[in-house]
Design a protein. Structure first.
Length: 85
């Protein structure tokens, strides 16, 4: 299991377009991808789970990747999050 955290920087927060792009990236992963904000978490491969977290600018978010290629997949997701979120 590989985890990383990031702080949301987009002033609008994670809206539908960004959430959809995150889900597309997560779907490329062979293992499980969980996203957590505070006490709430969801499956990052499901847009409704990502949207219900209501991630706003300045929120600290944790993503957990598990599976055979978790290191590479976590690095790919970290790069996406740092660039677009």
């Amino acid at each position: 299991m590989t985890r990383f955290t990031f702080t949301a920087k987009d002033m609008v927060g994670v809206h539908a377009r960004i959430a959809g792009n995150l889900v597309r990236e997560a779907l490329k992963c062979s293992g499980d991808v969980l996203i957590r904000k505070g006490e709430r978490q969801g499956n990052a491969k499901l847009i409704f789970h990502v949207m219900t977290l209501n991630i706003q600018a300045g929120d600290c978010v944790e993503i957990t990747v598990s599976g055979d290629r978790e290191q590479e997949e976590a690095a790919m997701l970290r790069e996406f999050c740092e660039k677009y979120m």
